[in-house]
Design a protein around this ligand. Structure first.
Ligand code: FAD
Length: 478
Protein backbone atom coordinates (compact mmCIF):
# COMPACT_ATOMS: atom_id res chain seq x y z
CA UNK A 1 0.00 0.00 0.00
CA UNK A 2 1.35 3.36 -0.88
CA UNK A 3 0.12 6.63 0.58
CA UNK A 4 1.40 10.14 0.19
CA UNK A 5 3.63 11.82 2.68
CA UNK A 6 0.76 14.04 3.82
CA UNK A 7 -0.67 11.20 5.87
CA UNK A 8 2.53 10.98 7.79
CA UNK A 9 2.24 14.70 8.37
CA UNK A 10 -1.16 14.23 9.96
CA UNK A 11 0.02 11.45 12.26
CA UNK A 12 3.34 13.03 12.98
CA UNK A 13 2.11 16.45 13.78
CA UNK A 14 -0.18 15.02 16.48
CA UNK A 15 2.81 14.05 18.53
CA UNK A 16 4.99 16.95 17.59
CA UNK A 17 2.67 19.85 18.18
CA UNK A 18 3.29 21.88 21.24
CA UNK A 19 4.30 18.98 23.43
CA UNK A 20 7.98 19.51 22.86
CA UNK A 21 8.03 23.18 22.12
CA UNK A 22 10.40 23.29 25.02
CA UNK A 23 12.94 21.83 22.64
CA UNK A 24 12.64 24.65 20.13
CA UNK A 25 15.90 26.19 21.20
CA UNK A 26 18.76 24.17 19.77
CA UNK A 27 20.97 25.64 22.49
CA UNK A 28 19.01 23.84 25.15
CA UNK A 29 21.58 22.60 27.69
CA UNK A 30 22.05 18.86 27.62
CA UNK A 31 22.33 16.84 30.82
CA UNK A 32 25.93 16.87 32.03
CA UNK A 33 27.75 13.66 31.28
CA UNK A 34 30.67 12.07 33.01
CA UNK A 35 34.03 13.09 31.52
CA UNK A 36 35.55 10.16 29.70
CA UNK A 37 39.12 8.96 29.89
CA UNK A 38 40.71 6.73 27.32
CA UNK A 39 39.39 3.21 27.94
CA UNK A 40 41.51 0.07 27.69
CA UNK A 41 38.92 -1.91 25.74
CA UNK A 42 35.85 -1.43 23.58
CA UNK A 43 33.19 -3.72 22.13
CA UNK A 44 31.56 -2.52 18.92
CA UNK A 45 28.16 -3.89 18.01
CA UNK A 46 27.80 -4.00 14.22
CA UNK A 47 30.33 -4.60 11.45
CA UNK A 48 29.00 -2.20 8.80
CA UNK A 49 30.98 0.82 7.66
CA UNK A 50 30.44 2.71 10.91
CA UNK A 51 31.34 -0.18 13.20
CA UNK A 52 34.45 -1.05 11.20
CA UNK A 53 35.71 2.50 10.90
CA UNK A 54 35.08 3.23 14.60
CA UNK A 55 37.05 0.06 15.43
CA UNK A 56 39.90 1.30 13.28
CA UNK A 57 39.91 4.76 14.87
CA UNK A 58 39.90 3.30 18.40
CA UNK A 59 42.64 0.82 17.50
CA UNK A 60 44.78 3.72 16.24
CA UNK A 61 44.37 5.29 19.66
CA UNK A 62 45.60 2.18 21.45
CA UNK A 63 42.23 0.78 22.54
CA UNK A 64 41.74 -3.02 22.45
CA UNK A 65 38.73 -3.55 20.17
CA UNK A 66 36.31 -6.41 19.52
CA UNK A 67 33.63 -6.14 16.83
CA UNK A 68 30.51 -8.28 17.19
CA UNK A 69 28.75 -8.82 13.87
CA UNK A 70 25.73 -10.99 13.29
CA UNK A 71 26.55 -11.92 9.68
CA UNK A 72 29.36 -14.19 8.55
CA UNK A 73 31.33 -11.36 6.90
CA UNK A 74 31.49 -7.56 7.18
CA UNK A 75 29.21 -5.01 5.57
CA UNK A 76 26.43 -7.25 4.30
CA UNK A 77 23.58 -4.83 5.04
CA UNK A 78 23.42 -1.09 4.17
CA UNK A 79 27.19 -1.00 3.65
CA UNK A 80 27.09 -3.75 1.02
CA UNK A 81 25.90 -1.66 -1.91
CA UNK A 82 24.74 1.95 -1.90
CA UNK A 83 24.55 4.95 -4.19
CA UNK A 84 28.37 5.16 -4.15
CA UNK A 85 28.49 8.94 -4.03
CA UNK A 86 30.58 10.80 -1.46
CA UNK A 87 28.80 14.11 -1.39
CA UNK A 88 29.75 16.70 1.20
CA UNK A 89 28.16 19.22 -1.16
CA UNK A 90 24.75 17.66 -0.46
CA UNK A 91 25.02 18.00 3.31
CA UNK A 92 21.53 18.97 4.43
CA UNK A 93 18.91 17.53 6.72
CA UNK A 94 15.88 15.90 5.09
CA UNK A 95 13.85 17.10 8.09
CA UNK A 96 13.13 20.45 6.49
CA UNK A 97 9.82 21.74 5.16
CA UNK A 98 11.71 23.99 2.74
CA UNK A 99 13.83 21.15 1.39
CA UNK A 100 10.76 18.97 0.96
CA UNK A 101 8.98 21.77 -0.87
CA UNK A 102 11.97 22.49 -3.15
CA UNK A 103 12.94 18.89 -3.90
CA UNK A 104 10.75 17.59 -6.69
CA UNK A 105 12.17 14.10 -6.37
CA UNK A 106 12.08 11.12 -4.14
CA UNK A 107 11.33 12.67 -0.75
CA UNK A 108 8.10 14.27 -1.86
CA UNK A 109 6.83 11.04 -3.34
CA UNK A 110 7.93 8.90 -0.39
CA UNK A 111 5.60 5.95 0.02
CA UNK A 112 4.34 4.62 3.34
CA UNK A 113 3.18 1.12 4.12
CA UNK A 114 0.37 0.25 6.48
CA UNK A 115 3.01 -1.53 8.56
CA UNK A 116 4.80 1.79 9.11
CA UNK A 117 1.61 3.71 9.79
CA UNK A 118 0.61 1.29 12.55
CA UNK A 119 4.11 1.04 14.04
CA UNK A 120 4.50 3.18 17.21
CA UNK A 121 8.23 3.49 16.51
CA UNK A 122 7.48 5.08 13.12
CA UNK A 123 4.84 7.40 14.56
CA UNK A 124 7.23 8.57 17.27
CA UNK A 125 10.00 9.04 14.71
CA UNK A 126 7.60 10.83 12.38
CA UNK A 127 6.46 13.21 15.12
CA UNK A 128 10.03 14.23 15.73
CA UNK A 129 10.76 14.45 12.01
CA UNK A 130 7.91 16.88 11.40
CA UNK A 131 8.71 18.85 14.53
CA UNK A 132 12.23 19.35 13.19
CA UNK A 133 10.91 20.16 9.73
CA UNK A 134 8.51 22.88 10.80
CA UNK A 135 9.70 24.38 14.04
CA UNK A 136 11.36 27.72 13.22
CA UNK A 137 15.13 27.48 13.27
CA UNK A 138 15.42 23.71 13.66
CA UNK A 139 16.03 22.82 10.01
CA UNK A 140 18.68 25.53 9.62
CA UNK A 141 20.41 24.33 12.76
CA UNK A 142 20.33 20.75 11.48
CA UNK A 143 21.58 21.76 8.02
CA UNK A 144 24.52 23.51 9.67
CA UNK A 145 25.27 20.39 11.76
CA UNK A 146 25.32 18.39 8.53
CA UNK A 147 27.67 20.84 6.83
CA UNK A 148 30.11 20.87 9.76
CA UNK A 149 30.12 17.08 9.77
CA UNK A 150 30.60 16.97 5.99
CA UNK A 151 33.60 19.29 6.16
CA UNK A 152 35.18 17.38 9.04
CA UNK A 153 34.60 14.08 7.26
CA UNK A 154 36.14 15.37 4.04
CA UNK A 155 39.26 16.40 5.95
CA UNK A 156 39.44 13.02 7.73
CA UNK A 157 39.01 11.18 4.41
CA UNK A 158 41.77 13.18 2.72
CA UNK A 159 44.14 12.64 5.64
CA UNK A 160 43.43 8.91 5.58
CA UNK A 161 44.05 8.70 1.83
CA UNK A 162 47.36 10.50 2.32
CA UNK A 163 48.41 8.20 5.17
CA UNK A 164 47.09 4.82 4.01
CA UNK A 165 46.65 5.18 0.24
CA UNK A 166 45.50 1.99 -1.47
CA UNK A 167 45.64 -0.02 1.78
CA UNK A 168 42.33 1.64 2.54
CA UNK A 169 41.37 2.22 -1.09
CA UNK A 170 37.79 2.23 -2.33
CA UNK A 171 38.18 2.61 -6.12
CA UNK A 172 37.75 6.35 -5.75
CA UNK A 173 35.93 7.44 -8.88
CA UNK A 174 34.21 10.74 -9.45
CA UNK A 175 35.99 14.03 -9.57
CA UNK A 176 33.20 16.21 -8.18
CA UNK A 177 29.46 16.33 -8.79
CA UNK A 178 27.68 18.12 -11.61
CA UNK A 179 24.22 19.25 -10.56
CA UNK A 180 21.99 19.95 -13.55
CA UNK A 181 19.19 22.50 -13.53
CA UNK A 182 16.02 22.72 -15.59
CA UNK A 183 14.95 26.08 -14.27
CA UNK A 184 17.01 29.29 -13.92
CA UNK A 185 15.34 30.36 -10.67
CA UNK A 186 16.27 27.04 -8.99
CA UNK A 187 19.82 27.38 -10.22
CA UNK A 188 20.16 30.94 -8.89
CA UNK A 189 18.67 29.87 -5.58
CA UNK A 190 21.21 27.06 -5.28
CA UNK A 191 24.20 29.21 -6.20
CA UNK A 192 23.15 31.78 -3.57
CA UNK A 193 22.28 29.20 -0.91
CA UNK A 194 23.85 28.94 2.56
CA UNK A 195 25.30 25.66 1.36
CA UNK A 196 27.13 27.37 -1.51
CA UNK A 197 28.37 30.13 0.82
CA UNK A 198 29.62 27.57 3.34
CA UNK A 199 31.81 25.82 0.75
CA UNK A 200 32.93 29.10 -0.73
CA UNK A 201 34.16 30.14 2.74
CA UNK A 202 36.15 26.89 2.79
CA UNK A 203 37.80 27.83 -0.53
CA UNK A 204 35.85 25.15 -2.38
CA UNK A 205 33.30 27.26 -4.26
CA UNK A 206 30.56 25.75 -6.38
CA UNK A 207 31.06 26.70 -10.04
CA UNK A 208 28.17 27.89 -12.19
CA UNK A 209 28.19 26.37 -15.71
CA UNK A 210 26.31 27.10 -18.92
CA UNK A 211 24.67 24.22 -20.80
CA UNK A 212 27.66 24.18 -23.20
CA UNK A 213 30.10 24.01 -20.29
CA UNK A 214 28.16 21.09 -18.79
CA UNK A 215 28.40 19.22 -22.10
CA UNK A 216 32.09 20.02 -22.31
CA UNK A 217 32.71 18.75 -18.77
CA UNK A 218 30.70 15.57 -19.39
CA UNK A 219 30.54 14.82 -23.12
CA UNK A 220 28.31 11.79 -22.39
CA UNK A 221 25.44 14.10 -21.39
CA UNK A 222 22.67 14.27 -23.98
CA UNK A 223 22.41 17.38 -26.14
CA UNK A 224 19.18 19.31 -25.80
CA UNK A 225 17.77 17.71 -28.95
CA UNK A 226 19.16 14.16 -28.55
CA UNK A 227 15.92 12.67 -27.22
CA UNK A 228 13.51 14.88 -29.23
CA UNK A 229 10.54 12.92 -30.47
CA UNK A 230 11.23 10.02 -28.13
CA UNK A 231 9.25 9.06 -25.04
CA UNK A 232 12.39 9.39 -22.90
CA UNK A 233 12.60 12.44 -20.64
CA UNK A 234 15.70 14.18 -22.06
CA UNK A 235 17.58 17.42 -21.45
CA UNK A 236 15.40 19.63 -23.66
CA UNK A 237 14.75 22.11 -20.83
CA UNK A 238 18.27 22.11 -19.35
CA UNK A 239 19.39 25.64 -18.40
CA UNK A 240 22.83 24.94 -16.92
CA UNK A 241 24.61 23.28 -14.05
CA UNK A 242 26.70 23.75 -10.95
CA UNK A 243 29.96 21.89 -10.43
CA UNK A 244 30.73 20.86 -6.82
CA UNK A 245 34.46 20.05 -6.63
CA UNK A 246 34.59 18.55 -3.11
CA UNK A 247 32.60 15.41 -4.01
CA UNK A 248 33.78 12.00 -5.16
CA UNK A 249 32.53 8.42 -5.24
CA UNK A 250 33.67 4.91 -4.49
CA UNK A 251 32.76 1.38 -3.58
CA UNK A 252 31.69 1.16 0.07
CA UNK A 253 32.06 -2.62 0.14
CA UNK A 254 35.62 -2.56 -1.20
CA UNK A 255 36.47 -0.04 1.51
CA UNK A 256 34.84 -2.15 4.24
CA UNK A 257 36.81 -5.24 3.15
CA UNK A 258 40.04 -3.21 3.22
CA UNK A 259 39.33 -1.75 6.63
CA UNK A 260 38.43 -5.23 7.95
CA UNK A 261 41.79 -6.55 6.67
CA UNK A 262 43.76 -3.70 8.21
CA UNK A 263 41.87 -3.98 11.50
CA UNK A 264 42.65 -7.72 11.71
CA UNK A 265 46.33 -7.08 10.92
CA UNK A 266 46.44 -4.52 13.72
CA UNK A 267 44.93 -6.87 16.30
CA UNK A 268 41.25 -5.94 16.28
CA UNK A 269 39.15 -9.03 17.05
CA UNK A 270 36.14 -9.58 14.84
CA UNK A 271 33.53 -12.11 15.93
CA UNK A 272 31.26 -13.03 13.02
CA UNK A 273 27.98 -14.95 13.36
CA UNK A 274 27.61 -13.13 16.67
CA UNK A 275 24.22 -11.54 17.25
CA UNK A 276 24.04 -9.33 20.32
CA UNK A 277 20.81 -10.36 22.01
CA UNK A 278 21.01 -8.38 25.26
CA UNK A 279 22.99 -5.69 27.02
CA UNK A 280 23.49 -6.21 30.74
CA UNK A 281 23.64 -3.25 33.11
CA UNK A 282 24.95 -3.26 36.70
CA UNK A 283 23.39 -1.54 39.73
CA UNK A 284 25.76 1.39 39.10
CA UNK A 285 24.00 1.96 35.77
CA UNK A 286 27.00 0.91 33.67
CA UNK A 287 27.03 -1.87 31.11
CA UNK A 288 29.05 -4.83 32.39
CA UNK A 289 28.62 -7.16 29.39
CA UNK A 290 26.79 -7.86 26.18
CA UNK A 291 25.23 -11.19 25.49
CA UNK A 292 25.82 -12.89 22.14
CA UNK A 293 23.62 -15.58 20.60
CA UNK A 294 21.77 -15.85 23.91
CA UNK A 295 24.57 -17.09 26.13
CA UNK A 296 28.17 -16.01 25.40
CA UNK A 297 29.20 -12.78 27.15
CA UNK A 298 31.66 -10.10 26.04
CA UNK A 299 32.98 -7.48 28.44
CA UNK A 300 34.84 -4.22 27.89
CA UNK A 301 35.22 -0.73 29.34
CA UNK A 302 33.05 0.93 26.70
CA UNK A 303 30.50 -0.25 24.12
CA UNK A 304 29.63 1.31 20.77
CA UNK A 305 26.26 0.76 19.16
CA UNK A 306 26.69 0.81 15.36
CA UNK A 307 23.86 -1.45 14.23
CA UNK A 308 22.56 0.85 11.51
CA UNK A 309 18.79 0.81 11.01
CA UNK A 310 18.24 -1.71 13.82
CA UNK A 311 20.07 0.30 16.51
CA UNK A 312 16.89 1.68 18.08
CA UNK A 313 15.48 -1.62 19.37
CA UNK A 314 18.48 -2.75 21.38
CA UNK A 315 19.08 0.75 22.76
CA UNK A 316 15.49 0.92 23.94
CA UNK A 317 15.99 -2.11 26.19
CA UNK A 318 18.28 0.20 28.23
CA UNK A 319 15.89 3.14 28.11
CA UNK A 320 18.23 4.86 25.63
CA UNK A 321 16.34 6.66 22.88
CA UNK A 322 18.00 6.20 19.47
CA UNK A 323 15.25 7.41 17.15
CA UNK A 324 16.38 5.85 13.88
CA UNK A 325 13.91 4.56 11.32
CA UNK A 326 14.69 2.49 8.20
CA UNK A 327 13.85 4.28 4.95
CA UNK A 328 14.17 1.87 2.08
CA UNK A 329 15.93 2.78 -1.18
CA UNK A 330 16.90 1.05 -4.40
CA UNK A 331 19.98 0.83 -6.59
CA UNK A 332 20.83 -0.15 -10.15
CA UNK A 333 24.40 -0.71 -11.33
CA UNK A 334 24.68 -0.30 -15.09
CA UNK A 335 27.60 -0.65 -17.51
CA UNK A 336 28.23 2.24 -19.84
CA UNK A 337 28.67 1.86 -23.57
CA UNK A 338 32.47 1.54 -24.14
CA UNK A 339 32.14 3.53 -27.36
CA UNK A 340 30.88 6.56 -25.42
CA UNK A 341 32.98 8.98 -23.36
CA UNK A 342 33.56 7.77 -19.78
CA UNK A 343 31.79 9.66 -17.01
CA UNK A 344 34.10 11.63 -14.68
CA UNK A 345 31.73 13.38 -12.28
CA UNK A 346 28.65 12.24 -10.39
CA UNK A 347 25.68 13.72 -12.20
CA UNK A 348 22.56 14.79 -10.33
CA UNK A 349 19.41 16.02 -11.97
CA UNK A 350 16.74 16.82 -9.34
CA UNK A 351 14.16 15.92 -12.00
CA UNK A 352 15.71 12.70 -13.27
CA UNK A 353 17.95 11.25 -10.57
CA UNK A 354 21.51 10.56 -9.52
CA UNK A 355 24.33 8.80 -11.36
CA UNK A 356 27.35 7.85 -9.24
CA UNK A 357 30.66 6.96 -10.88
CA UNK A 358 31.85 3.36 -10.34
CA UNK A 359 35.19 3.24 -12.18
CA UNK A 360 35.45 3.90 -15.94
CA UNK A 361 32.96 1.35 -17.05
CA UNK A 362 29.82 1.57 -14.94
CA UNK A 363 27.52 3.87 -12.99
CA UNK A 364 25.40 3.33 -9.90
CA UNK A 365 21.91 4.85 -9.81
CA UNK A 366 20.15 5.20 -6.49
CA UNK A 367 16.95 6.67 -5.22
CA UNK A 368 13.34 6.16 -4.02
CA UNK A 369 12.36 6.61 -0.38
CA UNK A 370 9.93 4.23 1.29
CA UNK A 371 8.81 3.75 4.90
CA UNK A 372 8.02 0.05 4.79
CA UNK A 373 9.55 -1.22 8.04
CA UNK A 374 12.37 -3.77 8.01
CA UNK A 375 11.69 -4.96 4.49
CA UNK A 376 15.01 -6.03 2.91
CA UNK A 377 13.49 -7.54 -0.24
CA UNK A 378 15.44 -6.67 -3.40
CA UNK A 379 13.01 -5.16 -5.91
CA UNK A 380 14.54 -5.09 -9.42
CA UNK A 381 11.51 -3.37 -10.96
CA UNK A 382 12.17 -0.31 -8.78
CA UNK A 383 15.82 -0.32 -9.86
CA UNK A 384 14.61 -0.45 -13.48
CA UNK A 385 12.37 2.56 -12.85
CA UNK A 386 15.48 4.48 -11.74
CA UNK A 387 17.17 3.67 -15.04
CA UNK A 388 14.11 4.73 -17.04
CA UNK A 389 13.93 8.02 -15.17
CA UNK A 390 17.61 8.95 -15.49
CA UNK A 391 18.27 7.53 -18.96
CA UNK A 392 17.57 10.81 -20.80
CA UNK A 393 20.32 12.66 -18.90
CA UNK A 394 22.87 10.78 -21.00
CA UNK A 395 23.09 10.26 -24.77
CA UNK A 396 20.95 7.53 -26.38
CA UNK A 397 22.53 4.06 -25.82
CA UNK A 398 24.91 5.44 -23.20
CA UNK A 399 23.58 3.11 -20.49
CA UNK A 400 23.69 -0.59 -21.39
CA UNK A 401 20.40 -1.35 -19.69
CA UNK A 402 20.64 -5.12 -20.20
CA UNK A 403 23.74 -5.30 -18.01
CA UNK A 404 22.01 -3.84 -14.95
CA UNK A 405 21.96 -5.56 -11.58
CA UNK A 406 19.90 -4.41 -8.65
CA UNK A 407 19.94 -4.03 -4.93
CA UNK A 408 17.64 -2.57 -2.29
CA UNK A 409 18.44 -1.57 1.28
CA UNK A 410 17.45 0.50 4.31
CA UNK A 411 18.87 3.89 5.22
CA UNK A 412 19.20 4.39 8.99
CA UNK A 413 17.61 7.84 9.21
CA UNK A 414 17.49 9.72 12.52
CA UNK A 415 14.42 11.80 13.26
CA UNK A 416 16.22 15.10 12.63
CA UNK A 417 18.34 13.52 9.88
CA UNK A 418 21.54 14.37 11.72
CA UNK A 419 23.80 11.52 12.80
CA UNK A 420 23.52 10.37 16.43
CA UNK A 421 27.06 10.37 17.76
CA UNK A 422 28.51 10.23 21.23
CA UNK A 423 27.92 9.20 24.79
CA UNK A 424 24.42 8.05 25.74
CA UNK A 425 22.73 8.39 29.11
CA UNK A 426 24.39 5.07 29.99
CA UNK A 427 27.89 6.41 30.55
CA UNK A 428 29.86 3.58 28.92
CA UNK A 429 27.55 3.27 25.91
CA UNK A 430 28.41 5.32 22.83
CA UNK A 431 26.30 5.60 19.68
CA UNK A 432 27.37 5.90 16.04
CA UNK A 433 24.35 5.69 13.77
CA UNK A 434 21.53 7.65 12.11
CA UNK A 435 23.55 8.93 9.13
CA UNK A 436 20.65 8.16 6.77
CA UNK A 437 21.50 8.75 3.13
CA UNK A 438 25.02 10.06 3.92
CA UNK A 439 26.52 7.22 5.98
CA UNK A 440 29.25 6.56 3.43
CA UNK A 441 30.07 10.23 2.84
CA UNK A 442 30.26 11.02 6.56
CA UNK A 443 31.75 7.75 7.84
CA UNK A 444 35.29 9.14 8.17
CA UNK A 445 34.11 12.08 10.25
CA UNK A 446 31.58 10.19 12.37
CA UNK A 447 34.03 7.48 13.39
CA UNK A 448 36.91 9.84 14.11
CA UNK A 449 34.60 12.04 16.18
CA UNK A 450 33.15 9.14 18.20
CA UNK A 451 36.66 7.77 18.85
CA UNK A 452 37.79 11.25 19.98
CA UNK A 453 34.84 11.47 22.38
CA UNK A 454 35.47 7.99 23.77
CA UNK A 455 39.12 8.79 24.37
CA UNK A 456 38.37 12.19 25.95
CA UNK A 457 40.18 14.12 23.18
CA UNK A 458 39.47 17.64 21.99
CA UNK A 459 37.03 17.60 19.08
CA UNK A 460 36.59 19.89 16.11
CA UNK A 461 32.83 19.23 16.04
CA UNK A 462 30.48 20.53 18.75
CA UNK A 463 29.36 17.38 20.64
CA UNK A 464 25.91 18.76 21.51
CA UNK A 465 24.90 18.99 17.83
CA UNK A 466 25.15 15.20 17.44
CA UNK A 467 24.65 13.99 21.00
CA UNK A 468 22.19 11.12 21.65
CA UNK A 469 21.11 13.22 24.65
CA UNK A 470 19.43 15.74 22.38
CA UNK A 471 16.42 13.42 22.44
CA UNK A 472 16.63 12.95 26.19
CA UNK A 473 13.68 15.10 27.34
CA UNK A 474 11.45 13.19 24.95
CA UNK A 475 12.23 9.82 26.54
CA UNK A 476 10.97 11.12 29.86
CA UNK A 477 7.49 11.42 28.41
CA UNK A 478 7.28 8.00 26.76
C1 FAD B 1 19.51 3.03 -1.18
C2 FAD B 1 20.65 3.62 -0.40
C3 FAD B 1 21.57 4.42 -1.05
C4 FAD B 1 22.59 5.03 -0.33
N1 FAD B 1 23.49 5.80 -0.99
C5 FAD B 1 24.45 6.43 -0.31
C6 FAD B 1 25.39 7.23 -0.99
O1 FAD B 1 25.42 7.29 -2.22
N2 FAD B 1 26.28 7.94 -0.25
C7 FAD B 1 26.30 7.87 1.10
O2 FAD B 1 27.07 8.59 1.72
N3 FAD B 1 25.47 7.06 1.77
C8 FAD B 1 24.55 6.34 1.10
N4 FAD B 1 23.68 5.53 1.75
C9 FAD B 1 23.78 5.41 3.21
C10 FAD B 1 24.84 4.46 3.69
O3 FAD B 1 24.97 3.36 2.81
C11 FAD B 1 24.46 3.98 5.08
O4 FAD B 1 24.20 5.10 5.91
C12 FAD B 1 25.58 3.19 5.73
O5 FAD B 1 25.95 2.10 4.92
C13 FAD B 1 25.11 2.66 7.09
O6 FAD B 1 26.17 1.95 7.67
P1 FAD B 1 26.01 1.31 9.11
O7 FAD B 1 27.31 0.73 9.47
O8 FAD B 1 25.38 2.28 10.04
O9 FAD B 1 24.87 0.20 8.92
P2 FAD B 1 24.97 -1.25 8.28
O10 FAD B 1 25.85 -1.27 7.12
O11 FAD B 1 23.58 -1.72 8.12
O12 FAD B 1 25.69 -2.06 9.42
C14 FAD B 1 25.06 -2.44 10.62
C15 FAD B 1 25.63 -3.78 11.00
O13 FAD B 1 25.11 -4.17 12.27
C16 FAD B 1 24.91 -5.56 12.25
N5 FAD B 1 23.96 -5.91 13.29
C17 FAD B 1 22.65 -5.56 13.36
N6 FAD B 1 22.11 -6.06 14.48
C18 FAD B 1 23.09 -6.72 15.14
C19 FAD B 1 23.14 -7.44 16.36
N7 FAD B 1 22.07 -7.58 17.14
N8 FAD B 1 24.31 -8.01 16.72
C20 FAD B 1 25.42 -7.89 15.95
N9 FAD B 1 25.42 -7.22 14.78
C21 FAD B 1 24.27 -6.63 14.38
C22 FAD B 1 24.37 -5.82 10.84
O14 FAD B 1 24.51 -7.18 10.47
C23 FAD B 1 25.23 -4.88 10.02
O15 FAD B 1 26.40 -5.50 9.53
C24 FAD B 1 22.69 4.85 1.06
C25 FAD B 1 21.80 3.99 1.71
C26 FAD B 1 20.80 3.36 0.99
C27 FAD B 1 19.88 2.42 1.68
Amino acid sequence: MSLKIGISLAFGSLGATAAFAVLSDPDIPLPTKQKTEKPKSAVIIGGGILGLSTAFQLNRRGVEVTILEKNSSPAQVASYCNGAVIVPSMAASWASAQLLADNPGELKSMSLSLKALTDPAFLRWSAWFWFNSFWPGRANYNHESQRQLALFSLRCMNEEIEEYGETLGFNKGANGTLKLFHNKADMNKFINSKQAKFWSNQNMPFKELTVEECLELEPGIANLEDWNGSSVNGNEDLVGGVYCPMDSSGDIHVYCKNIEKLCLERGVKIEYNSTVTAINVDDDGLIHSVQVNGDKKFRSDVYVLAMGATSGGLARTLGVNVPVYPLKGHMATVKINPEMPAIKTNIYSPKQGLLGVMGDSQVRLSGIVEAVGFNYEIEPEKGRSLIDKVEGVMKPNYLLKDTAWFHSCLRPVSCDDVAILGQSKVNNLFINTGQGSKGWSFSWGCSTFVAQLICGEETYLEPKRYSPLRFHPFTRFL
